[in-house]
Design a protein around this ligand. Structure first.
Ligand code: BTN
Length: 264
């Protein structure tokens, strides 16, 4: 969409998130674009959005699928302090949930551990956090916060994801204006990022919202699969799972599929 970035910047009320905002019709991955700006010294808040990604990537080496102009595909450059760098994912999940609520209050968005946003059990948005370690003392790491939000994508027409994914359009039946969407997203991100910087306990807020806690789950953790009950999350956001033999495993970065069968 021509000049989408200028149109977003014109109506944006943030101080730094989405400033500047660079929109590209096509790229490999907005993550790579932001990495290029970051190493050249771009400041916190710069964002790159795309209409289409030829190599969009998700967590756990998965692909992130979209069709032209149908989704919000965006990466934001952050330079967080050491104290809160590990909570960027949590902050983004809360910001995304709030964003969807502000788009349309009737959309029942939920957060599934660790950071999938679901509508009625199907994924509508995902978060990918990539970190480039700083090799200079006193200089913060670079964090590239990538978000894919299925806005106007008709997931029912994409066999690879139709069973597990949905979109705002699939739920409401109405197309969403992407300019207004980017604006709202950047504003929610800045709000939650600022509150993280101020020391708000976002982990507790996130934990209370997680639909995963207390549920039987099937864990996929670095090639290992097991079932158990998701009992809790610890201070780092890892999921504490009670296995069928009664032992506990802390899952740092896997996936937790909520299953219906009851385990005792
Ligand atoms: C996930 O749920 O696995 C995370 C998906 C993240 C996808 C976004 S789309 C914008 C940015 N660029 C990418 O290549 N990936 C992220």
């Amino acid at each position: 969409m021509a000049n989408l970035d200028a149109s977003v910047e014109k109506i944006l009320t943030t101080d730094y998130v989405g400033r500047p905002f660079v929109y590209m019709e096509t790229t490999e991955s907005t993550q790579n674009e932001v990495a290029r700006y970051a190493v050249k010294g771009a400041s916190e808040g710069l964002a790159v959005g795309a209409g289409y990604q030829s190599q969009g990537r998700g967590r756990l080496d998965r692909q992130w699928i979209s069709t032209e102009g149908s989704s919000i595909l965006v990466s934001v450059l952050l330079r967080p302090d050491e104290d809160y760098v590990n909570h960027i994912v949590i902050m983004a999940a809360l910001a995304l949930e709030s964003f969807i609520g502000e788009l349309d209050n009737d959309i029942p968005a939920q957060i599934k551990w660790p950071n999938d946003i679901l509508i009625q059990g199907k994924k509508v948005a995902g978060i990918l956090v990539e970190r480039i370690k700083s090799d200079q003392p006193g200089v913060n790491d670079i964090v590239i916060l990538g978000m894919g939000i299925n806005m106007n994508l008709d997931t029912s027409k994409i066999p690879e994801i139709s069973d597990i994914s949905t979109s705002i359009y699939n739920f409401t039946g109405e197309k969403v204006d992407l300019i207004g969407g980017y604006k709202l997203l950047f504003e929610n991100l800045e709000k939650y990022y600022e509150s993280l910087k101020m020391g708000t306990d976002l982990l507790s807020i996130w934990k209370d919202k997680l639909i995963t806690i207390g549920r039987p789950v099937q864990i996929e953790n670095g090639g290992e699969e097991f079932n158990g009950i998701a009992e809790d999350v610890d201070d780092t956001g890892s999921l504490i799972v009670r296995r069928q033999d009664g032992s506990y495993t802390s899952v740092v970065a896997g996936d937790a599929l909520i299953v219906s069968e009851q385990i005792t």
